[in-house]
Ligand binder design. Structure first.
Ligand code: F6R
Length: 281
């Protein structure tokens, strides 16, 4: 594995940098690019930056993108009342439609929250496999659960080689998501989700993990510098054999800087990133 820890002062700078990694992937000339998306608060600015970069810097990019970019979402809630026409109030699908799926593309995929979950898991496993085979370059964006280190909705205890499965959200995740998306009302947070497994995620050629804010500092340290264990799902990334960028701001990097020192971090600009992506293809 080639792993770069990047520390930018603010989440704004960090998100701009992350968007440049996707830009490099889109323009590396290696053919079909599959972008694995995550939802939640962390990637919002990164998606905005991607939109801005393409609008400002790549006049006419739509035609280039039409055939060779696809998006595949990591996970989705399971919602008993939802239908295809009537999505729930807080919907990952809507969030992606309003942000990242605006970038012209040929296709996007998300686990359907309104289909029998067992059936949908089987279906989505096939989708993941087909899209992985279609892609010449598969780049996956990840966030991380504040306290427990979940990636996608792989909760602590999930086997590190799991495929697409139904996850039961733990208390910490329900509380964190209630605060972020449901005005603190835990009763409104769905209790189950369909998620790509860690085994699916580790198939990516490039992984970009973003974590911002002081509440993520300890879990980021634990994931990369303490024991690898099913209890900290993100620690599975240490077995990853692709190209990994861990992008932090001053708050989320604080525990690593205190305990491991500043040498862990690499200073890269967008030209370095282009070169690294090219070298890895
Ligand atoms: C969402 C997802 C989750 C989030 C994680 C962090 O698609 O995959 O793993 O990345 O819960 O959420 P935020 O970014 O809201 O802190």
């Amino acid at each position: 594995m080639q792993c770069f820890f990047i520390n930018k002062h603010t989440r704004e700078e960090a998100s701009e940098f992350a968007a440049r990694i996707f830009e490099a992937a889109f323009w590396n000339g290696s053919g079909n690019v599959l972008v694995g998306t995550a939802t939640g608060q962390t990637p919002v600015l990164t998606y905005k930056n991607m939109q801005r970069i393409f609008n400002e810097e790549y006049d006419g990019y739509e035609e280039e993108f039409e055939e060779c970019i696809r998006f595949m979402q990591l996970d989705n809630y399971v919602s008993d009342d939802a239908t295809a026409e009537n999505l729930p109030e807080y919907s990952y699908q809507r969030e992606l439609e309003e942000s990242i799926w605006k970038i012209p593309h040929n296709a996007h995929f998300i686990p359907r929250e309104y289909i029998d979950p067992e059936e949908e898991c089987k279906h989505y496993e096939k989708v993941v496999e087909e899209q992985r085979n279609w892609a010449d370059l598969y780049i996956q964006l990840l966030g991380i659960g504040d306290k427990d280190g979940h990636i996608g909705f792989n909760m602590p205890g999930t086997p590190l080689d799991a495929g697409v499965h139904i996850a039961t959200l733990n208390e910490e995740t329900i509380e964190a998501n209630a605060k972020k998306f449901f005005n603190g009302d835990t009763s409104k947070v769905p209790k189950k989700a369909i998620t790509m497994g860690i085994g699916n995620i580790l198939q990516a050629d490039v992984i970009v993990l973003e974590a911002f804010g002081s509440e993520k500092a300890e879990i980021i340290h634990k994931s990369f510098f303490e024991d690898m264990t099913e209890e900290v799902p993100a620690s599975a990334l240490r077995t990853y054999d692709g190209l990994l960028f861990v992008i932090l701001d001053d708050e989320s990097s604080s525990a690593i800087r205190e305990k491991e020192g500043d040498d862990v971090f690499t200073n890269l600009d967008k030209y370095d990133v282009n070169q690294i992506i090219l070298d890895n293809n």
